[in-house]
Design a protein around this ligand. Structure first.
Ligand SMILES: NC(=O)C1=CN([C@@H]2O[C@H](COP(=O)(O)OP(=O)(O)OC[C@H]3O[C@@H](n4cnc5c(N)ncnc54)[C@H](OP(=O)(O)O)[C@@H]3O)[C@@H](O)[C@H]2O)[C@@H](O)CC1
Ligand SMILES: Nc1ncnc2c1ncn2[C@@H]1O[C@H](COP(=O)(O)OP(=O)(O)O)[C@@H](O)[C@H]1O
Ligand SMILES: [K+]
Length: 504
């Protein structure tokens, strides 16, 4: 599944019209028929409809859908928002066509012409689509609010009217949809928390845009899916031995926070690392030795991690879960950056220590993966005004520092030094529970230890973490899910990936 900007979608539309070839009015008919079919197949066969149309092509879609509904016996009222413009050619064609049906057509030219919406009608929102070029105001904004206040089921065509497809729409009026039926691909606006209340359930409808267009572009954002992860992960060879899968180290835990170390350690081992050494304070020794017998232990410090003599011999080192923020930890991180040539995975307190010492940030080795959640990212790099600016910040800093940044969230974003940004497609709200991030640190460290380069370990890591979380939620519910369940289902996640690659 693609994630494209409004400009790219316009290009794809034009490419299809030119190369397929197809008339633009016929493409609109296809898009509208896909929406009509979805309505008929998803429980709206018996309903009356109120369709709100603008005068762009989104409004043209609305008129064509209204015609199809009217021709199949549905009671249809169409409201056309008058905002001066004459309307696009395809809008005009569809306006002429709908006059041949029984649909009732009304124009909204002032706030006084807004009538209550029939309580039983399904509202189709075709006011504004990806052509939005300014926040809705005046009459447009009043119509949007009128629809939102109605309490009716609202089905947005392509995108809820008033939302920009690829930049922030925070604090502007926009339709709060129950469903969004969008054409062909995801828009970045669908992946940010700030739009969550406006999108409803998203369904992407195939309208047959020309697939060859995709090979002519490098999209700004991509989804991480099974095929991408399968292309990264290598099968184990028959005569492999533990030395082939690297030696991971974890620097984690402090008094009262040994659980974080435990969660990371188990996840690291379950991700396939050949060997694992845990650097832990003395108070955690028995806990790790008895709960993770597969791991070796090195004691550093008493209640929290102190100095570590040598970082030699590890292919990947994860640091941060439950670490604490004492001065010794800052010094330990400094020597880690200077002395180790392993891939580093930094999370939680390792990031908080970095935030408090910007000079240390300059010493970050390029083979580093950092895994901040939104707050940790802002502590590291400064405050932002919203989700889009935050994603841009992750991309910019990744390029600037030459490191991989995993910005954690419902759709975690992996920004890589080459300028690519990947959205994860797995995971669920059941994973919003203490310790999920520690599990992710373990997984990425375990993959990096096996020789996957930082960005591969991060991309495969977030996908496996979310997939294991999805399998756990399916088995025991989102509510009951706790972080250690994610690790417990990692094996099933690997198996599901393998099955998808062999087509079993
Ligand atoms: N993807 C595809 O291949 C296909 C896409 N299709 C459909 O086309 C849609 C895009 O159509 P579109 O480009 O005509 O733009 P659309 O959003 O209808 O109208 C925007 C117009 O309204 C105006 N306007 C802007 N902001 C405003 C505001 N705040 N308040 C008031 N007015 C505002 C602005 O005009 P302006 O006022 O600036 O002159 C602009 O021209 C797309 O979402 C999908 O539904 C399908 O039909 C076929 C296949
Ligand atoms: N609603 C959600 N949908 C999908 N994944 C989620 C959701 N909430 C949290 N997660 C995932 O769970 C992890 C939480 O990490 P973090 O915030 O560091 O938690 P903790 O500090 O408790 O370990 C991240 O990998 C994040 O992507
Ligand atoms: K719309």
């Amino acid at each position: 599944m693609q994630i494209l900007t409004a400009a790219r979608i316009r290009e794809w539309d034009e490419y299809t019209i030119r190369e397929l070839p197809i008339q633009s009015i016929d493409l609109m008919e296809r898009a509208s028929a896909a929406c009509f079919d979805w309505l008929m197949e998803n429980g709206f066969k018996q309903n009356a409809f109120t369709v709100f149309c603008g005068k762009g092509n989104n409004g043209g879609d609305g008129l064509a859908i209204a015609r199809m509904l009217s021709q199949t016996g549905h009671a249809v009222t169409v409201y056309i928002l008058e905002f001066g413009a004459k309307g696009t050619a395809d809008f005009q064609t569809n306006l002429a066509r709908i006059h041949q049906t029984d649909a009732v057509i009304k124009f909204i030219s002032t706030v006084d012409t807004l009538h209550p919406i029939d309580a039983n009608a399904i509202v189709i929102d075709a006011l504004l689509g990806t052509g939005l070029n300014r926040p809705p105001d005046g009459l447009t904004s009043a119509v949007v609010q009128h629809i939102n206040r109605s309490g009716n089921t609202v089905i947005a065509i392509d995108i809820p009217s008033g939302l920009f497809a690829d930049k922030s729409s925070k604090d502007q009026t926009a339709i709060e949809a129950t469903y969004t039926l969008s054409f062909q691909c995801y828009k970045t606006a669908f992946l940010v928390a700030e739009n969550a209340d406006r999108l409803g359930a998203i369904h992407i409808l195939d309208i047959g845009l020309h697939p060859d267009y995709l090979s002519t572009i490098t999209p700004e954002y991509q989804f991480i899916d099974e095929s991408i992860v399968n292309a990264i992960l290598q099968p184990r060879k028959k005569f492999a031995h533990k030395g082939n899968f690297g030696h991971a180290a974890l620097i984690a835990g402090s008094v009262g926070m040994m659980g974080a170390a435990l969660l990371s350690a188990k996840a690291c081992l379950r991700s396939g690392a050949g060997k694992l050494t845990c650097f832990i304070p003395r108070i955690g020794y028995e806990i790790i030795q008895s709960r993770v017998p597969e791991a070796m232990c090195r004691i550093a410090g008493t209640d929290h991690i102190g100095a570590i003599d040598s970082f030699e011999g590890y292919s990947a080192i994860g640091a941060g879960p439950g670490l604490g923020r004492e001065d010794e930890i800052q010094r330990m991180l400094q020597s880690l950056f200077l002395q180790s040539n392993a891939t580093l995975v930094l999370d939680a307190d390792a990031l908080n220590v970095l935030s408090g010492n910007k000079a240390l940030m300059e010493e970050l080795p390029r083979r580093t993966v950092i895994t901040p959640h939104v707050k940790e990212l802002e502590r590291l790099f400064g405050a932002v005004s919203g989700d889009f600016e935050r994603m841009e910040m992750a991309r910019e800093r990744s390029k600037e520092l030459g490191i991989t940044i995993v910005l954690k969230g419902a759709y975690s974003l992996v920004a890589t030094p080459g300028g690519m940004a990947w959205f994860n497609s797995t995971g669920n709200p059941g994973m919003a529970t203490g310790g999920s991030g520690d599990v992710l640190t373990g997984i990425i460290t375990g993959l990096a230890a096996q020789g996957y380069i930082p960005e591969q370990a991060a991309i495969a890591g977030v996908f496996l973490h979310g997939l294991a979380g999805d399998l756990a939620a399916a088995a025991i519910s989102e509510q009951a899910l706790i972080a250690s369940d994610i690790t417990a289902f990692l094996g099933d996640a690997f198996l599901q990936l393998q099955e998808s690659s062999t087509g079993e």
